[in-house]
Design a binder for this molecule. Structure first.
Ligand SMILES: [Zn+2]
Ligand SMILES: [Zn+2]
Length: 363
């Protein structure tokens, strides 16, 4: 193949495939595995990535329920995955064809006011756009804008499947739960919600050596898993009063309570078990307002935080996974081929019945 022009300029060899399979959103309740054109580079800072592994997020289920009106029909869903760089734009410096990469759920140009504050979630030309405002990763190929800042190189011999958890859930649990909640050595903490995000909080909180970790959920299977992953105490809030039990077992509540569901009832547990000076860290995506008990909380010097992940701790998390300090592989319960992605949505949508945590989807 000719790789330079007459003038000596490098020619990027075109991929031969013209169309690909992609999971396309068709409006609330509607998704379809379709044949659509393979994306092309639109800007010199773009890269085209061939997907090796992707997954489904709770956020995707929310989109299907019509909770996220910013996602227009015709959009390919998905904002997580690992892949191989297939093509790069002329301005991409950090990656080349053939590089294995983690795709961050947050796109960032690295130059705007927010990026300079490491608030990549609010990048003026990025943020959460994949599988939301632009086509996402539940496909054979994806176009990644601002590739230099939005992709992470995978070290040689790394477990690529485990690294899919670095696209979104591990940084989200770590940054919005553990760091915002200021988890410290010796703390007593409570995590409400033992789904993939709550489990990511559980895994990453242990970097900071809390003394006691309560996991609260209504699913016995998930509570059992939480014990294996390091929870010291579990509470099934359907079978017993979580607030009563924690207040009885602690002096005056927990140092940090972390909400990982997104419902008024789970937020209410968090605000009722927090001790003076404590932190309530909300991660859950709420569809409705919550009843904030400010009349009780103000005098207790409580800090409440919430937010969208910035992914600024992804490089640090990558090192901890590579060194075996944490093993996010244990969150993976199911595998599917891209052809079976509708089945994967069904299984993930019935997570409790199917005993599903994270599902991996491969081409
Ligand atoms: Zn997600
Ligand atoms: Zn930016």
């Amino acid at each position: 193949m000719k790789t330079t022009t007459e003038a000596g300029e490098k020619v990027i060899p075109r991929i031969t495939k013209a169309t690909m399979k992609a999971l396309v959103y068709g409006g609330p309740g509607k998704i379809e595995l379709k044949e659509i054109p393979v994306p092309i580079l639109e800007k010199p800072t773009d890269a085209l990535v061939k997907i090796l592994k992707t997954t489904i997020c709770g956020t995707d289920l929310g989109i299907l329920k019509g909770k996220t009106p910013s996602v227009k029909p015709g959009t390919t869903l998905g904002h997580e995955g690992v892949g191989i760089v297939e093509e790069i734009g002329s301005a991409v410096r950090n990656f080349k064809k053939g590089d294995h990469v983690i795709i961050s759920c947050i796109t960032s140009d690295g130059t705007c006011e927010y990026c300079k504050k490491q608030m990549y979630s609010h990048c003026e030309d990025g943020g959460w756009i994949l599988g939301n405002l632009i086509n996402g990763t539940q496909a054979e190929y994806v176009r990644i804008p601002h590739a230099d800042n939005s992709l992470y190189a995978i070290p040689a011999k790394a477990d690529e499947e485990a690294l899919v958890m670095l696209s979104d859930i591990l940084p989200t649990g770590h940054e919005i739960g553990v760091i915002n909640g200021c988890v410290k050595p010796g703390d007593t903490i409570a995590i409400v919600g033992a789904g993939p995000i709550g489990m990511s909080v559980l895994l990453t909180a242990q970097f900071y050596s809390p003394a006691k970790i309560y996991m609260i959920d209504v699913d016995e299977n998930r509570l059992e898993l939480a014990k294996k992953f390091g929870a010291t105490d579990t509470i099934n809030s359907e079978k017993e009063d979580a607030i009563k039990r924690i207040m009885a077992e602690t002096k005056d509540g927990v140092d940090v309570s972390i909400e990982a569901v997104g419902l008024p009832a789970t937020f209410d547990i968090c605000q009722n078990i927090i001790r003076p000076g404590g932190h309530v860290a909300n991660i859950g995506v709420h569809g409705h307002s919550v009843d904030l008990q400010i009349q009780n909380l103000w005098i207790k010097n409580i800090t409440i935080t919430m937010g969208l992940v910035n992914t600024n701790t992804t490089p640090m998390l990558l090192k901890t996974v590579s060194s075996g300090k944490i093993d996010p592989n244990k969150l993976i319960t199911h595998h599917f081929k891209l052809d079976e992605i509708l089945k994967a949505y069904e299984v993930f949508g019935n997570a409790s019945k199917e005993k599903a945590m994270k599902v991996i989807i491969e081409p």
